[in-house]
Ligand binder design. Structure first.
Ligand code: ADP
Ligand code: MG
Length: 696
């Protein structure tokens, strides 16, 4: 494998420096290793020969066999095309070329038998194919039943680099190199009955049959996933063995007094359990890295606060970071109110904190008189120094970049305990991979007495009826969210529909005050508008998804989501979680066009039937594919995935996890000779996020 890594593909026969440059730029292929791991996205079946008579427009790529009768050049200049009339005895077909006309005309002769492979279409009743692949029946291509189709880009196509050309290069490489030594330990191969790497690489590019192809894919996916799992296990092991953490031996005055005197309600069973898990972690002498997953409204803030009190009881400072100013402010208000009877110093630091207050905070942090700091990413600026930071909470980690979190470690000699809180449910196998080195707690219970949110699906024709329902709620003094999608590709158009929506709402609800926020506003303006709503100076908030994260307005009882069909399920679920926070019955109304695909309707209907965030996340992944989830997640793992899919390969992830555990159990440092190749490969494949385990 290593020699393939250092093999520059410009030396491969038929590539050369110019094309090598293009392959690198367009597909990221620079070495033989990259090329051999550029896998087909799908396969074409050439085992069947169709007759021209049976062809129709709905067919995918098909193969026919016959002879050209005539060739004609039609049109002029840019419009010029070559049309060959092709017959197989059952009917005729027009084969059309728009590019490279002369070269193609010269390469074909009338009367010779050819195998033609392409996508059938028809034009004014005449059957056609454009730019098909044409081979002699005796050629290798015509005799290979299943063939891979490689991903390409427009630039590559223009440079006449076809899927077939890539296949040819891959095959040259496969033939020329010596047998690839399998880096997986033999025991792992045997235990999991895996195909050899050499064979798998050859099968994935040139499958002999569908079962071998399945085995090859399994093997290659397994490879990618076992690297991740071994890596995660070793990082967590290293952390547990080496990294020292503050030892919170005392469960002291603040924690106990808070529990007895300040808690306005009983903790839920799930909150108690998670706090217990955290207490166990912080008493081990090792640094805690724990992810708390809990659905919106499950009471994560309280868990965070009580954990921070543990730090305070042990003479250490704590800090809570939120992704937005409005959220940080909300946390500050809730928390400072709750701990007021305890006399603990709490401060808020955000981008808009004034200079004097900022200075006061800085000095109170360094002299240790400030116990709890709440803020946005302003708290990780270099100028912010702590006396002894012992505990950090990161709320809604998705909005926090890896680098930002890493900065925390420079704050003190001993790394603080880290608690990451997220309301985005992550399916189990995915969490196992992406947070494989973190300990995970789940708050799987909502505080008692919540009325379930009633979710309704309504179509544009029912708008008047929906508005009447909004009126009724407004008259009762409730507040309303109205959310519009904003999708980047079409930002201008979306912004227009948002602004139109805003005007419409203002006209329709003249007697009420309407606030308006979207992601492109300046932060100050955004916060101002959000604040109008949070303080009930505005009754309606027209917004894009910027409100998705964490805002708490218990008096808001209706969430209208416009063009709901354009949102992912998990996102709808997050949005819906903004209501149902008070004592009133709340509603979420999904507005949609009437004309939507059946699967889209099913997705929306699922939303009306369940409020289980994990179930929704699973369904979302199954229906939509990994989408966003995978995008964000992939950036968080230290390996590139070419073939494994974190969302859909759950079973293989589990297989790889078990294999990794077994391997690490028997050889924690991968120092046994039979594992040395694997260890080398692991190091070479890593993208080099060295500090990942320290980051979160
Ligand atoms: P999230 O997990 O979405 O961050 P919050 O921490 O904002 O949820 O809590 C949502 C609401 O539930 C808050 O108003 C909070 O005071 C309340 N809450 C939290 N825990 C409990 C509990 N055990 N019993 C009753 N209400 C609770
Ligand atoms: Mg929260």
């Amino acid at each position: 494998m290593n020699s393939l890594r250092s093999y520059d593909i410009k030396f491969l026969k038929g590539v050369g420096p110019r094309r090598a440059e293009l392959l690198k730029k367009e597909l990221g292929i620079a070495s033989g290793y990259d090329l051999i791991r550029h896998f087909p996205t799908h396969y074409l079946d050439r085992s069947k020969v169709y007759t021209i008579r049976e062809l129709n427009d709905d067919m995918p790529y098909v193969q026919i066999k016959g002879r050209f009768v005539t060739f004609n050049t039609i049109g002029e200049g840019a419009k010029m095309r070559l049309v060959g009339l092709f017959s197989d005895g059952t009917a005729t077909l027009e084969i059309v070329w728009f590019r490279r006309i002369k070269a193609i005309r010269d390469s074909l002769t009338a009367g010779t038998e050819y195998v033609v492979f392409g996508k059938p279409s028809s034009f004014m009743g005449v059957k056609q194919m454009s730019h098909p692949e044409i081979d002699l029946p005796s050629s290798a291509a015509a005799q290979q039943p299943v063939r891979g189709v490689y991903p390409l880009t427009e630039k590559l196509r223009n440079a006449n680099i076809t899927s077939r050309q890539i296949a040819a290069w891959v095959n040259t490489l496969l033939k020329s190199r010596s047998r690839i030594v399998d880096p997986l330990p033999q025991s792992v191969i045997n235990d999991n009955r895996l195909m050899s790497l050499d064979r798998a690489l050859s099968e994935i590019h040139n499958p002999t049959d569908s079962e071998s192809l399945r085995q090859a894919k399994l093997r290659l996916k397994f490879d990618e996933l076992i690297y991740i799992q071994v890596d995660m296990l070793r990082r967590s092991m290293r952390r547990k063995n080496i990294s020292t953490g503050h030892r919170f031996t005392r469960v002291g005055e603040m924690f106990n007094r808070f529990y007895r005197e300040c808690l306005p309600f009983d903790l839920t069973g799930a909150q108690k359990r998670v706090i217990k898990e955290i207490r166990a972690d912080v008493n081990t002498g090792r640094q805690m890295n724990r992810l708390v997953q809990g659905d919106v409204g499950s009471g994560k803030t309280l868990v965070a606060l009580m954990s921070m009190l543990l730090a305070v009881d042990n003479g250490l400072q704590a800090c809570l970071m939120a992704p937005t100013e409005i959220l940080a402010t909300q946390h500050y208000e809730t928390i400072s109110k709750m701990v007021a009877p305890l006399g603990i110093e709490v401060a808020l630091l955000t981008g808009s904190t004034g200079r004097r207050e900022r200075q006061r905070i800085h000095s109170a942090l360094t002299d240790g008189s400030l116990s709890i700091l709440i803020g946005t990413h302003a708290v990780i600026e270099d100028t912010v120094q702590f006396h002894n930071l012992g505990f950090v909470v990161i709320d809604e980690q998705h909005r926090f970049g890896v680098a930002q979190r890493a900065k925390l470690w420079t704050k003190n000699d001993i790394a603080p305990h880290v608690l990451v809180m997220t309301a985005t449910p992550i399916p189990r196998t995915l969490a196992m991979t992406v947070y494989g080195d973190l300990d995970v707690s789940v708050i799987d219970e909502l505080p008692p007495g919540r009325k379930p949110i009633e979710t309704l699906l309504r179509y544009d024709e029912q708008r008047t009826q929906v508005y009447r329902a909004i009126y009724a709620q407004l008259r009762k003094g409730r507040q309303i969210y109205i959310v519009y999608p904003l999708i980047e590709e079409n930002e201008k158009l979306d912004l227009r529909s948002l602004e139109e929506g805003y005007q419409l709402i203002r006209e329709t609800f003249k007697d009420y005050s309407v606030a308006f926020v979207h992601g492109r506003m300046k932060p100050a303006e955004k916060d101002y508008q959000m604040n109008l709503f949070a303080t009930h100076q505005a009754d309606i908030l027209v917004a894009t998804t910027v409100i998705e994260v964490g805002v708490n307005v218990p008096n808001a009882s209706v969430m209208i989501i416009e063009n709901a069909e354009r949102f992912g399920l998990s996102q709808l679920h997050q949005l819906r979680g903004r209501v149902g926070r008070g004592a009133e019955q709340s509603y979420c109304i999904l507005m949609s066009k009437h004309q939507i695909a059946k699967t889209t309707r099913q997705r929306l209907e699922l939303m009306t039937q369940t409020s289980d965030g994990f179930l929704i996340a699973e369904a979302d992944m199954q229906m939509r594919g990994p989408g966003d989830i995978e995008g964000t997640m992939q950036s968080g793992i230290p390996f590139d995935l070419h073939i494994a899919n974190l969302a859909t390969d759950g079973q293989i992830i589990q297989l790889a996890r078990r294999a990794a555990e077994k391997l690490i159990d028997s050889d924690p440092n991968l120092s046994l000779p039979e594992n040395s190749l694997f260890a080398r490969e692991l190091a070479a494949a890593s993208k080099g996020i060295r500090d990942w385990s320290r980051i979160s």
